[in-house]
Design a protein around this ligand. Structure first.
Ligand code: GDP
Ligand code: IMO
Ligand code: MG
Length: 431
């Protein structure tokens, strides 16, 4: 049996990770977030009812499933409270299912203020962050200034660290960004008040995951963002501040690489990106508008319009290698219904006019790449909700098969709608 399975995004996020994690969760014991924070927006649709999760793992709607937030996640207790309140109002006993690592670095209101102030000051050079304080919180983690969730158990220790951190943030806000200083007392008291609500959730996640492994239980590791937003391997500097790739699981929740049994990549049947940065196959014509409309390509966290473009095999080759992807889920095939023809980027022409089949390493070189396309015929039929491979139009099957051939990796599931059940299973990724 495949026991520990990573599910992660292979593009620039919003591939449909939440839907697939939720779908597979009826056969697992736990779901773990290992990086990112409430910059994520994962959408689940069950019987037409939509739930959007930001911090809480996408297994939370299932009874008997434990949801872990690993140490690699930067934690806004304020955002967590809002999310848990919403779930509980909807009748989901979220708190009972949730466990949080004592080592999660906290996102304070000042991290959010700094993130937004910086983006404003950058003007046209802005990254287009979600404004959730993610970058500043990870900086403080690496600089060894962060306050951990579990630190709040010790009032004296945590208060001293919180005050010292807020003092540093106020220096930056006032001296660098020309803003007013924030009231440290209010933030300190706010964090302790929030901690009371979540104190019982505080645990050693790595230890619990080890125990689940020894007990033979199956666990899903739910990535946030996507591979091209990885701080090391993505389109730097237009990236997030965490390791979104498979390697992030080891550092982000303490499960070693030899205990991972399968890496499942989620990929859209086309490409989208929110925020600034290079995007070789981006469409600026009516086809792009059509994909955005039919795919409802508006951010689940910020509501921003997502940029849309054709499928890119070139960066996917790299993404498959970086993550040691075993299989893919191709989502949103239905969004391509009704197009006359489809383009697939099979190579780039680099700035020297040379054809390359792997993305160049630097930002400037990647920005200069032009896509070289292969054209495939489209299909007319409506594929929304199709669950049998044989019920797909011939050209839709040919599109998926051509991509499988170009990528050289199994396509385990094809997703044909936002509903939990709108899936064609070609190869069961849970084994
Ligand atoms: P995530 O961040 O990777 O979990 O993805 P998001 O939830 O941000 O964005 C994916 C969007 O596509 C959501 O609105 C999903 O409900 C929707 N979705 C997921 N799979 C499919 C699919 O196969 N077809 C269609 N039409 N929509 C899908
Ligand atoms: P999910 O998990 C898409 C993008 C932002 C911005 C960059 C940095 O729903 O796929 P940050 O706030 O992280 O510092 O922003 O990363 N970004 C996402 N794009 N989906 C996400 O999450 C994202 N999380 C961050 O738009 O370009
Ligand atoms: Mg999303």
């Amino acid at each position: 049996m495949k026991q520990n399975i990573i599910i992660l995004g292979t593009q620039w996020g919003d591939e449909g990770k939440g839907k697939i994690v939720d779908y597979l969760t009826d056969r697992v014991r736990a779901v773990v977030r290992f990086q990112g924070g409430h910059n994520a927006g994962h959408t689940l649709v069950i019987g037409g009812e939509k739930t959007v999760l930001h911090l809480v793992p996408s297994g939370v709607l299932h009874d008997g499933v434990s949801c872990y937030i690993g140490n690699g996640v930067v934690l806004s207790l304020d955002a967590l409270r809002t999310e848990v309140d919403q779930l509980e109002e909807a009748g989901v006993p979220a708190l009972d299912r949730l466990f949080i690592s004592e080592s999660c670095p906290l996102i304070l209101p000042t991290h959010i203020a700094l993130d937004q102030a910086r983006e404003r000051d950058k003007g046209g050079e802005a990254i287009g962050t979600t404004g959730r304080g993610i970058g500043p919180a990870y900086e403080d983690k690496v600089a060894r200034r962060a306050v951990h969730f579990g630190d709040l158990n010790d009032r004296e220790y945590a208060e001293a660290r919180l005050r010292s951190l807020i003092e540093w943030h106020n220096f930056l806000l006032v001296e660098r960004h020309g803003q007013d200083a924030v009231d440290a007392d209010e933030i300190v008291e706010g964090q302790f008040a929030l901690f009371e609500r979540f104190a019982a959730q505080c645990t050693d996640v790595a230890r619990e995951l080890n125990a689940l492994r020894l007990a033979g239980e199956r666990v899903l590791f739910e990535g946030a963002q996507g591979t091209l937003l990885d701080v090391d391997h993505g389109t730097y500097p237009f990236v997030t501040s965490s390791n979104t790739t498979a390697g992030g699981v080891g550092s982000g929740c303490g499960v070693g690489p030899r205990h991972i049994d399968y890496v499942l990549g989620i990929v859209k049947a086309y490409t989208t990106r929110v925020g600034a940065g290079p995007f070789p196959t981006e469409l600026f014509d009516n086809v792009g508008v059509r994909l955005a409309e039919r795919g409802h390509e508006f951010g689940a966290t910020t509501g921003r319009a997502r940029r849309c473009g054709w499928f890119d095999v070139v960066f996917m080759r790299q993404v498959i290698a970086l993550n040691s992807i075993d299989g893919l889920v191709m989502t949103k095939l239905d969004v391509l219904d009704g197009l006359d023809e489809l383009k697939v980027c099979v190579a780039y022409e680099d700035s020297n006019g040379k054809e390359v089949d792997w993305p160049p390493g630097t930002q400037q070189a990647f920005q200069a790449c032009k896509p070289i396309y292969e054209t495939l015929p489209g299909w007319d039929a409506d594929t929304v909700g199709v669950t049998n491979w044989d019920d797909l139009p011939d050209n839709a099957r040919a599109y998926v098969e051509r991509l499988r051939e170009l990528l050289g990796v199994s396509i385990d599931i094809v997703s044909t709608g936002p509903e939990r059940t709108a899936n064609i299973i070609l190869n069961d990724p849970l084994g």
